[in-house]
Design a protein around this ligand. Sequence first.
Ligand code: FES
Length: 575
Amino acid sequence: MTNRKRPEDLRSHRWLGVSDLRSFGHRSRLRQVGYDTTDWAGRPVIGIINTWSDINPCHTHLRQRAEEVKRGVLQAGGFPIELPAMSLAEVMVKPTTMLYRNFLAMETEELLRSHPIDGAVLLGGCDKTTPGLIMGAISMGLPSIYVPAGPMLRGNWQGKALGSGSDVWKYWDEKRAGNITEAEWDEIENGIARSFGTCMTMGTAATMMAIAEAMGLSLPGASSIPAADSNHPRMATQSGRRIVEMVWEDLTTEKVLDQAAFENAIKVHMAMGGSTNAIIHVVAMAKRAGVQISLADFDCISRTVPVIANVRPSGAFLMEDFFYAGGLRALMSELRELLDLNCMTVTGRTLGENIEGAKVHLRDVIHPMSDPISSEPATGVLFGNLAPRGAIIKPSAVEKRLLKHRGPALAFEDYNHMASQIERDDLDVTADHVLVLKNSGPKGGPGMPEWGMMPIPRKLVKQGVRDMLRVSDARMSGTSYGACVLHVSPESYVGGPLAFVKTGDPIEVDVAARSINLMIPDEEMARRKAAWVPPPPRYQRGYGAMFSAHIGQADEGCDFDFLSAHLPVPEPEIH
Ligand code: FES
């Protein structure tokens, strides 16, 4: 390659390669660790940003994977440095990991900026860790490769495959309806998470890992490898070898992430029947990269790309099956005619070259485009007087009768209000009601928690009802399903129209027309708006106060205003 870097061009050279007082300090302190000149001289320094923690079960193996990445870096002549970052275990972090995605993005960016790092390996996978790491890496702009944690093995209960999240919601309703026992519920708890790795349904983790690969940020096929498969450590080592070459080639994120790369990612998202959460993350990542992606782009693309991955919650199988079926390379090969195959990737080759020869091995898991698993698309973006800046629904996971529906609202002011009512046997609710949850958005939640798949009222569950129209400014887990209208923007907490809904108001959703409306007169809407009193701030101090002051709405990607701009930041002075 003609523009290959020389050792003195390396960013780390400013710390380690010059002869002055400060570089004496840097080198003498590396010697303190036990390194010597052979470890660093003329070698790219590779920062391994590791989101391992004791309390993140999806990332249990990342401590070991970091060692495997280091092996690859050393084989290729680099100097690996592991830097721990916030872990964001989806099921453990409260009130929601979304409150901290931008925190991880800032941490990633500043860890890379403040240290003598030439290239980055990003270790993550559990939901928000993928966008957090990538947003930070984009803003820093070094050569970067993403190593996805990979999905855990299939769950198992009484011979049936169990999927993370999706089967929890399903069997929880059966338990509420009195159809399964406490002992059986306990068996499910023992069988649903059988190995390290991320959720193995098409949740946010599997969706975002696939999106990262589709954008060109991972080695081909990496995102589909189960965490416990021996291909996984080999992929980690290969990534370590590759990042060293990427530094010499100066293959930065900017050279990989252009408009076409993001559009490829959205197409893959649709074909996978991916998580609604990914929409927020893709918008945020695109802004960081200086690429304009709007909700309308998602809607437009969703109309042209069928869901072909038969994975729960839209389909029947799990990510382990998807891997055996050929994984993401095979899926992208099916989509070949829709993708821009000329996009550059971290391999130094194009997407088209990366998927050359890929084949589908299990046709019931990855369908051809001519035989999609759903006649409905993975995403619909709704607009109307209830969501002037948009709302999201996942039509492929909705009971068909609810795709066009009008019913009276049953409005809850916040989650606690909803939770206090939903189990009441005397609740005045029918299957035609529209459940409305307010104050669950980016500022109101706070952090836009995954409350959007509100429980079906127990009274109706006992009658056999399993889906209802639900509307909120919250998100829902990618493993969730049902007629849930999410991400209503602007949110109710800042005075969006959702704040003005009262129980009994008619709400109409028409997915084919992409509309959502509160069917009250305009004058009544204006009267309620004039009478609305803003709620008090959620936080007086700390990170929460900063979050509240700077967080954007869902349609903007929920990034901080001071981070989303595609502007240069100076390199640190070394004095
Ligand atoms: Fe980590 Fe689902 S809890 S990916």
